[in-house]
Design a protein. Structure first.
Length: 85
């Protein structure tokens, strides 16, 4: 039998994704960009899916490739997306 530890709670994971989503939204607004502009810039063809990720709706969240592209688009270090503000 495997002993697999529970390393993170659902609440902790939700809080982590909400921090990222809030930072992306904040940076997008600071850059005065629309959700459509950002979605297309990072290769998302469905702006609605992007909106769900930015709002952490329906459990949708950014993946590491999205975060890398967003950091380049917003001209910030990727660490900026993980900071609690």
């Amino acid at each position: 039998m495997l002993n697999i530890p529970n390393i993170v709670t659902e609440e902790e994971e939700d809080a982590f994704f909400r921090i990222i989503s809030n930072n992306v939204k904040r940076l997008r607004k600071e850059k005065k960009m629309s959700q459509l502009e950002v979605a297309l810039s990072i290769g998302q063809k469905a702006p609605g899916f992007y909106a769900n990720m930015e709002n952490y709706a329906h459990g949708k969240h950014f993946n590491i490739s999205h975060l890398f592209r967003l950091s380049k688009l917003f001209d910030v270090s990727i660490e900026e997306l993980f900071k609690e503000v």
